[in-house]
Design a protein around this ligand. Structure first.
Ligand code: BGC
Length: 546
């Protein structure tokens, strides 16, 4: 019997739209739905299968929209529900599916439930985690948990009680043991599924259930701090009870045709723990973040690729490949400095692990090569807006424009994530480079003065640009790499990783010298110019073997 055709999401390329910085349709310097609608043809031409839109709900923006005050509406700066409907229809019209971002771990402190809790309406505090403090007069937080953004995970109200927030104080954690919380979120899913949304990326999917009694974290275990640290053993994360919630969500999704899907953002301790979220009655896929934490070394790449594929296969899910997102230093900049062995420390992720000046041209070569590896792998691939333009992290933003709550909450020691969230450059003009409908618009984060050369317009004209490399790679991917999920590693020299799928090979050279390619192979696509039949350093190539 022929193998069943995979569902679209099992092989999809998903483009992450950070809506605030994608395109601004009304000229206020903030990206919006109108802007996104006008750029759908660009995304169709790029060749992506779906978009994932970061939270677009009404929000006081304590954490760039991850503090939601109403899950069934649209942030006025981004548009209206009508605009959202039109966007979904337009996207479907050009063959692009639409995934939203759901934020179930916490609400905004302006959400009606939390306002009721602040007013101490009967029962309202039970939907969150309110506790008395410890020590004399209850002046100490109820436990030793730290916020991901820095400082204690607890804030004290004027009446003396404390509430839990694993992120900013404006993001109180919901109590998922409360039946109304469960019912409400299933209802929110239905609201958007009914409007044609194809699925959800689940924010902090590993955080919803806390260990009973909210015990202190073992001091020997890393604190909750940092989105990217491993959290094995911390009572705030990856508790077994969370899976029952996702079984309920899956049942909601399974009522719909065409398929509705979920992608978990779950920073857990290793791929085996992650695979638990992907059991057949839970979520469809999950981001596997080890790929983006991997240094530019062939052996390390090979290890994380094998590990990710094996873990996903153990539960029959497709692996996922992420090089970048709105929470981590852009790929170009991660690869623009020397490459330590372990890339999981926060400081490294934020690009401040050394006083080294970044070599962005080197970072770009490597990022282009990494993209060809990413698109050659089985499973789903995520592209964060601007990766296709090889944008670098903006590391020298003036302190007074920073918006990420990490900056203040870390006591102004951690610059946070603004540097990867700069509005996109579309045209070769001066700032705002066609990002906004008005040329005198002031963008919500300033763009650098040298980005005209990296704009979409400039790159469209240049056949060797990263944008054109992405377009070619995505056009070739469905036919070239369609054969099966198994990859077979080839026996090659140190510093090179090479694998075969079907009749096609992908080679990447992370070493310092050129490596001869197999004599009878035909080059289909290369990330940088080849010198004869030699694969230069920091270059990847797709080959058809004879
Ligand atoms: C999102 C972050 C956000 C956090 C809190 C994450 O994992 O990706 O951008 O700050 O959740 O909602």
């Amino acid at each position: 019997m022929p193998a069943a055709e995979p569902s679209w999401w099992e092989t999809a390329v998903v483009y992450q739209v950070y809506i605030r910085s994608f395109a601004d349709g009304d000229g206020d310097g903030i990206g919006d739905i109108a802007g996104l609608r006008t750029r759908l043809p660009y995304l169709a031409e790029l060749g992506v299968d779906a978009i994932w839109i970061n939270p677009w709900y009404p929000s006081p923006m304590a954490d760039a929209g991850y503090d939601v005050s109403d899950y069934r509406d649209i942030e006025p700066a981004y548009g209206t529900l009508g605009d959202a409907q039109a966007l979904i229809a337009d996207a479907h019209g050009v063959g692009i599916r639409v995934l939203l971002d759901i934020v179930p771990n916490h609400t905004s402190d302006q959400h009606m439930w939390f306002r009721a809790a602040l007013a101490d309406e009967p029962g309202a505090r039970l939907r969150y985690h309110f506790r008395p403090g410890r020590g004399p007069g209850g002046a100490e937080p109820p436990n030793n948990w730290q916020s991901v953004f820095g400082g204690p995970a607890w804030t004290r109200l004027a009446d003396g009680s404390w509430y839990l927030h694993l992120f900013a104080p404006g993001q109180p954690d919901l109590n998922w043991a409360h039946p109304e919380v469960r019912a409400e979120f299933e209802n929110i899913l239905t609201f958007w599924f009914d409007r044609g949304v194809d699925g959800f990326r689940i924010d902090v999917a590993h955080g919803l259930v806390k260990q009973d009694g909210l015990p202190d974290a073992d001091e020997s275990v890393e604190t909750a701090q940092s989105l990217v640290q491993d959290r094995a053993g911390h009572p705030a994360w990856d508790q077994d009870g969370v899976h029952d919630i996702y079984r309920g969500w899956r049942a909601v999704a399974d009522r719909y045709t065409p398929e509705r899907i979920f992608i978990a953002e779950a920073w857990v301790d290793g791929n085996e723990r992650l695979a638990r979220y992907l059991r057949s009655d839970e979520l469809h896929t999950a981001f596997q973040f080890d790929f983006l934490r991997t240094p530019w070394r062939a052996r390390a790449l090979r290890e994380v690729i094998d590990d990710a594929i094996a873990a996903a296969a153990s539960v029959g899910a497709p692996p996922t490949w992420v090089l970048s997102n709105h929470d981590v230093t852009r790929t170009v900049t991660r690869f623009a400095r020397s490459q330590p062995h372990h890339l999981i420390e926060t400081d490294w992720e934020r690009g401040r692990w050394a006083d080294e000046d970044p070599d962005h041209e080197l970072g770009r070569r490597r990022a282009r090569a990494a993209a060809l590896v990413q698109f050659a792998l089985p499973g789903t691939a995520y592209v964060y807006q601007g990766e296709e333009l090889a944008l670098e992290e903006i590391e020298d933003l003036p302190d007074d424009v920073r918006q990420d709550p990490t900056w203040a909450q870390s006591g102004f020691t951690d610059v946070g994530r603004d540097g990867c969230r700069i509005p996109l450059p579309w045209t070769e003009t001066d700032v705002p480079y066609g990002f906004a409908a008005r040329s005198d618009a002031v963008t919500w984060l300033p763009q650098p003065t040298h980005w005209a050369q990296h704009s979409v317009q400039a790159q469209e004209r240049d056949p060797r640009s990263t944008l054109n490399l992405y377009r070619r790679a995505l056009a070739l991917r469905p036919s070239l790499w369609r054969d099966g999920s198994a990859i077979r590693w080839l026996d090659v020299t140190d510093g090179v990783a090479a694998f075969q799928r079907g009749g096609v090979q992908c080679w990447v050279n992370t070493g310092h010298s050129g490596v001869p390619l197999p004599p009878a192979a035909t080059v289909v696509l290369a990330s940088s110019d080849l010198t004869g039949d030699v694969l230069p350093p920091d270059t990847a190539v797709w080959l058809r073997s004879q």
